[in-house]
Structures are given as structure tokens and as C-alpha cells.
Write a protein that binds this ligand. Sequence first.
Ligand SMILES: [Zn+2]
Length: 253
Amino acid sequence: MALCADRLVGDGTGLGDYHLGLRIVRRNAVASGLIRGRRFAARGEQHHDDNQVHAVHWTTSVLCSMLPVRNVAQLWNLPMAVREILRIGDPRLRQVSVPVEAFDTPELHALIADMFDTMAANDGAGLAAPQIGVSKRIMIFGIESSPRYREVESVPTTVLINPEFDVVEPGLQGFWEGCLSVPGMRGYVERPAGIRYRGRDQYGEPVEREASGFHAIVFQHEYDHLDGILYPDRLEDTTRFGFVDELAAAGVI
Ligand SMILES: [Zn+2]
């Protein structure tokens, strides 16, 4: 059933209020589309066409301004959702994921849309498919600004499938990493400072970039997920690991 939501109210994510003409929303589903080229996440009420009001919670992420979207209508009609994120201890996070063989399929687009919705709903900077229980070599990342990582520079919104990378600057840079699969914690991890990565997007188009700074860190963190590695495995000093609030109270982060 087509539902109509003319008014979207910000949900406290800092993304603001929206009064936009979102017309295609499914009950208990998530819609995505091109609205003024802006990404947003919001919760609100859905209104039936017959003016019955249903206070149905829903979340919407619009990412078209950052994604190489070729067919907006296709995105509009995809059922999407915020998926459960697996937490450390779940053996599925430890599997080595398999390459993707088919590109530009409805299943792949739906999966990636779910990943973006899930990442946005959790204020993440990146997400790998194994984190939502899909053992495929797919990662997404991107950050304009994040409450989780206030201090970092922006990273282009990216879909990378079957990624590979080379280290071009082997000097190490350290960062207090967090992970949606290790909620509430941070750990100090050092990784090569400069890399060149390549892979494909959801349409099968090649993507290749050099990255440094936080961009390089995020890539390497997400790449590790594809091999079943979590950042605590990379800690050189286990005393530099702990709960975010305790580390903050101690002035460490
Ligand atoms: Zn992670």
C-alpha cells in the first residue's frame, strides 16, 4: 500500500527537520530516494491515503547525493531496513567473507541500501556486510560529520565490493577506533598511514583511490571485517582499550 508522509520530523540525530514531499513509503519499511540531494534520517508518522493516521515508526535515509544512483525510481521502491548489527562474540563476525560475483542486481542494491540505513541509524563511519550477517566482501563508508568521531575529517561516501589495497605509506598512524560490533568501546590501533585501494561499486564500475588520514583508517578497519578481524585484535597495548565513557572521564579520548 502506498502511504503518504508529507512531514518528516527530525529524530534527534542532528540532521534536522524536514518538510518534504515523500510520497512512497511502505508500512514498517524504509524508503529512500532523492530529496533535494540530501541525506537524512528521520522518524515520523505515516498517513494513509484515506487520511487515517498511523503512528508508525520509520526511518529514512536518502543518500542519492553521494551514491552513484542511476535509477532513482528503483531506489524509491526498494524495501529497506535498519538491520541488526552483530556484536563481538558472534562467530559470524569471524568468517572470511566470499567475493561478490553478480553486480547491479536488485538483491545487491537492497543489501547496500540496508547497510547505509543501518550505518546512518547508528551514526557509524563505515559498515561491512559481515556485521549484518552477510558474509560477502562488501563495505561502505563515508562521513561528513559524526557524533561518534567529532574530531575527524570528512571521508567520501563509498561503496566498495571485492576490495583490495596496497600500502603506499608504511609509516603508522594511530587512532582511537570504535566499531559498531564492539559497542561502547574504543581502542588505540596503529595502521599504515597511506594506502591505495581498489574495488567495484554496486554497478560493477571500478573504484580506485589513494587514501590517507582517517579515510585510510576506515578503509583498513572495514577491510579487516571481510577477513573476520576486529580492531581489538590489532591492539598493541591492551591498556589502551576501554569503555568510551571511562576513557573520556580519564581524559584519554
Ligand atoms: Zn567495525
